[in-house]
Design a protein around this ligand. Sequence first.
Ligand code: NAD
Ligand code: ZN
Ligand code: ZN
Length: 389
Amino acid sequence: MKATCWHGTRNVQVEEVPDPKILNQRDAIVKITSTAICGSDLHLYNGMVPSMKRGDVLGHEFMGEVIELGSDVRNLSVGDRVVVPFPIACGHCLQCERELYSLCENSNPNAWMAEKFWGYSPCGIFGYSHLLGGYAGGQAEYARVPFADVGPVRVPDSLTDEQVLFLSDIFPTGYMAAEACNIQPGDIVAVWGCGPVGQFAIKSAYLLGAERVIAIDRFPYRLRMARDKGGADTLNYEEVDVHEALKDMTGGRGPDHCIDAVGMEGHAPGLAGAYDRAKQAMMLETDRPVALRQAILACRSGGTISVAGVYSGFIDKFPMGAIVNRSLTIKSGQTHVHRYMRPLLDRVEAGEIDPSFIITHRLRLDDAAEGYDIFGNKEDECMKVVLKP
Ligand code: NAD
Ligand code: ZN
Ligand code: ZN
């Protein structure tokens, strides 16, 4: 089959690889009909995540048709149209039973590697490094889906691929980030990053009752989408002092909740940015936590910092003093996607939200390298690339 393979920093290639096979009776093989490139894939693309190997198949946002099933998968049939959640979860361990699916204790065969970095291992993830299991991803013609009796959700024919594809990751991710804020009537939520995750965080904050959302980025077209499609007020951090502007917009108190939808590759003009870039290049710091630091300092005392952006390792100049002295709460996590797929599918079916608003580029799988390039460089007003095998 054809698959999008990682070949080093800023080098992906679509090439022929062996077809996936059923390895376990709880597996399914899915023929992929739509797949997307995620901001998390950019961390791999930019060489920020350790333990990638040449030839690794990328992709963790995908859906398609079940073409083969292991004998223990009784809830699906060949021919079913399914969306697959990006975390791989067994459904039966202690974490899965608590619906903390991205912490599944049974899906990362390389748990020992993750334990060295993080103390304990989270779940395995499709196409996301050997540290997280070394699973082949879904930017391909076919994928093997482990624990297929737990993850994939059947979708109705009345909805298009584009309306349901993002149940695999970014819609639940934005939703979980907003849910973590425990939004109360009247609350103001600030969202750093107007990429796909930020856009879904904005929508979700309103779905969960926010009075006002303020979105922060530097790309005018992304800020425009946050305003026009999300109903947010916007700040361009290259034009205003974000801290001061947020203070002015919130009666001097700061936003009640701050969502970081930027992650480890935060961009900062000036000295602070140069400092993080230099430390990251010298491996003295693994992440560039520009947005996170700003979110912590900007938040109302007693508020929530909800971190959807992915961080991989160690950061410095972390304002712990602000957290302690101002009673801030930090919430984070790789999304427990399984928990959200059905309720969010219900919202899509009910017409409360149509997640396809985010798509700006539709390419053939063969053109995946171009897709990474355009999305990675935020060229051509690119917000989200969908690939069609
Ligand atoms: P993206 O790269 O399209 O968007 C990131 C946005 O952040 C860009 O628009 C960029 O301009 C903006 N940005 C950079 N520096 C900023 C700053 N200092 N202040 C404000 N905005 C800034 O990526 P995406 O797909 O939206 O993903 C965003 C993050 O969410 C990534 O880190 C990704 O890995 C993460 N993510 C996490 C999960 C999860 O399970 N927790 C799931 C999916 C994605
Ligand atoms: Zn993702
Ligand atoms: Zn589990």
